[in-house]
Design a protein around this ligand. Structure first.
Ligand SMILES: C[S@@+](CC[C@H](N)C(=O)[O-])C[C@H]1O[C@@H](n2cnc3c(N)ncnc32)[C@H](O)[C@@H]1O
Ligand code: SF4
Length: 368
């Protein structure tokens, strides 16, 4: 079992972000803790069934939580359920100093992995991205976190306006010494409903073209390979054996339970979606519960699995889809992609590394 807990609050809303994150003057932490515990109890029948292998506190900015919240949740889970001896418990954090000062408490609470949203070390880029921290604060946060936790990762965003391949290469080189064994590199995407979306529509900034973005993507893998970090998913790089176990569960289409505003779950063939608005969630937790059709499952399975460099294991895919996995793909597209070398099939169906940058269009083609 894999458990996700969503903390929906941030200090400020970043102009590019369409995650379910909100700014509130005051938060009643006790009320929130009680709501999480209640929501977990609703899934007691499920949590009893299987060992908990990963827990992920995501957001929003969960490092803004008072540490007694994850502490109480984790000890509640230990008291009631079986937790794997090597459980991975991740917390997403922002690099402002207030949050960094709580890291020892988070460790005491049982967190054993931090995922830090650095985004950039460059002040102009951080200002453009509307971040609340400086590059120096990010460095201080990484140093502090690396002295407390064995396992940590951080995120950078690239393909920013005015950034060329050389500038990204320099940023990557700057970041290299701070990476231990895991890092996520996201290409900036312009999401509907964000401030960036309207600015972009009004032509207030332009993004690097596809060719430049794809060069940036390729040099990322090359440079990180020098540090023995393998690209294991479109945007994720890790030393062998240090991949995020929680995120792997999504990409490998395992069952997971999501608790908190807007969190979703895939449980025993059902999709569960929780209420989005934080205060509404406190009153009504579940917004939708729907049995997934075979078509839904097939699409999700492909969308997730083909993001992984190792691809989709044919044996497991056949177990899930009545031994008809390959037949369910668009045969015309599959043959074309195979002939052109965009995908390969052996024990795994996978996208060739060079074409990972256009993974989404390949996947859409295969679903057609
Ligand atoms: C949910 S955020 C949580 C992390 C934390 N709140 C923070 O901002 O540092 C997870 C990551 O998604 C990435 N992200 C969010 N929106 C993005 C966008 N529009 N384009 C590229 N990356 C994005 C950022 O790198 C961010 O660190
Ligand atoms: S990027 Fe992180 S800090 Fe910024 S609004 Fe999104 S979740 Fe909050």
């Amino acid at each position: 079992m894999h458990l996700y807990i969503h903390w929906p609050f941030c200090r400020a809303k970043c102009p590019y972000c369409d995650f379910n994150s909100h700014v509130r003057e005051k938060i009643d932490y006790q009320t929130w803790l009680a709501a999480y515990l209640n929501s977990l109890d609703d899934y007691d029948y499920l949590l009893k069934k299987k060992e908990i292998k990963t827990i992920f506190f995501g957001g929003g900015t969960p490092s803004l939580m008072e540490p007694f919240i994850p502490e109480t949740i984790i000890s509640h889970l230990y008291k009631k359920y079986k937790i794997a001896a090597n459980v991975e418990i991740t917390l997403e954090a922002n690099p402002t100093s207030v949050e960094t000062s709580k890291m020892k408490d988070f460790k005491r609470a049982g967190i054993n992995r931090i995922s830090l949203g650095v985004q950039s070390f460059n002040q102009d880029e951080l200002s453009f991205l509307g971040r609340e921290h400086s590059g120096d604060e990010a460095i201080a946060a990484i140093k502090m976190i690396s002295s407390i936790f064995d396992s940590y990762s951080f995120d950078l965003i690239y393909a920013l306006p005015n950034q060329d391949v050389e500038a990204w290469k320099q940023s990557l080189k700057f970041a290299l010494p701070f990476i231990r064994d895991h890092v996520s590199m996201y290409q900036l995407t312009i999401e509907k409903g964000t401030k960036f979306y309207s600015k972009y529509q009004r032509g207030e900034f332009v993004l690097p073209n596809e060719e430049v973005a794809s060069d940036m993507y390729n040099i990322t893998a090359e440079l990180l390979a020098q540090k023995k970090l393998e690209q294991y998913e479109v945007s994720n790089y890790a030393a062998i054996g240090r991949e995020s176990q929680h995120n792997l569960a999504y990409w490998e289409y395992k069952d997971y339970l999501g608790i908190g505003p807007g969190a979703h779950s895939r449980i025993e063939g059902y999709e569960v979606m929780m209420t989005h608005a934080p205060e509404k969630w406190l009153e009504t937790k579940v917004q939708l519960k729907k049995k997934l059709s075979d078509e839904d499952k097939f699409k999700e399975f492909l969308l997730m699995g083909l993001r992984l460099k190792k691809g989709i294991e044919i044996k497991r895919a056949n177990e899930l889809f009545n031994n008809r996995f390959l037949e369910k793909l668009s045969q015309k597209k599959l043959n074309y992609f195979l002939e052109e070398g965009l995908v390969t099939i052996d024990e795994y169906l996978k996208i060739s590394p060079y074409y990972m940058v256009v993974a989404n269009s390949i996947i859409e083609g295969l679903i057609d």
